[in-house]
Design a protein around this ligand. Structure first.
Ligand SMILES: O=C(CO)[C@H](O)[C@H](O)COP(=O)(O)O
Ligand SMILES: [Fe+2]
Length: 216
């Protein structure tokens, strides 16, 4: 079954609680939390205090996408704040095996994210130790960017690798996802779709989620 993970990066922060409740009620399975440090990506978003606040209003899976350098420094903090699934970037951690195992040893699900330019082949020895792989379909740092078409091939390649080595793998895609390309993305292999602007657009959260789920 395909899951939807609305990214609160595109939410209206003046009414974050209301918008989280609406996303929850409209049937999103995960809530995607984009953490940016101004180092790994050229933007700063938010951190643990927002995660804690979101945890207080929903029981949905809190899907934390860490776009930060040396994420191992902050794993304890994000676990304490309520993360259910923590995804770190392959490009940001010299000791990714250690950090992934550390996350899992705390009973939290772990994922690896790949920037568009990082090949799927780097996962050869990691795919069977993670719960999720996130294929970035834009260069990370900002919401509202255009989907990069060649990342479709990366999804197919990852799906093939997962069929051999990790049948339960969650395959997440993030960046520029909307009703126009969701079908093709799912067909290629994704089973968790992140969507920011497509969900929060025009404050029509219910209609936008229904339209997206209509494609699944
Ligand atoms: O990780 C991200 C950006 O780095 C966001 O999750 C992503 O861009 C979602 O926004 P949109 O659906 O508007 O592209
Ligand atoms: Fe993200």
């Amino acid at each position: 079954m395909v899951k939807l993970s609305p990214s609160i990066l595109s939410a209206d922060f003046r009414k974050l609680e209301e918008q989280i409740r609406r996303v929850d009620k409209a049937g999103a399975e995960f809530i995607h939390i984009d953490v940016m440090d101004g180092q790994f990506v050229p933007n700063i978003s938010f951190g643990c205090p927002i995660l804690k606040a979101v945890k207080g209003v929903t029981d949905k899976v809190l899907d934390v996408h860490l776009m930060i350098e040396e994420p191992d420094r902050f794993i304890d903090d994000f676990i304490a704040a309520g993360a259910d699934l923590i995804t770190i970037h392959y490009e940001a951690d010299k000791h990714i095996d250690r950090t992934i195992n550390y996350i899992k040893s705390n009973g939290v699900k772990a994922g690896i994210a790949l920037n568009p330019g990082t090949p799927v082949s780097v996962l050869k020895n990691l795919i069977n130790i993670v719960d999720m792989v996130l294929i970035m379909s834009v260069n990370p740092g900002f919401g509202g960017q255009k989907f990069i078409p060649y990342t479709i091939d990366k999804l197919s390649e990852l799906k093939e690798m997962a069929e051999e080595r990790n049948k339960d793998l969650l395959i997440q895609v993030d960046g520029g996802v909307g009703i126009d390309n969701a079908a093709e993305i799912i067909e290629a292999g994704a089973n968790v779709l992140v969507a920011g602007s497509a969900v929060f657009k025009d404050d029509k959260i219910e209609e936008n989620i229904a339209a997206m789920k209509g494609v699944f």
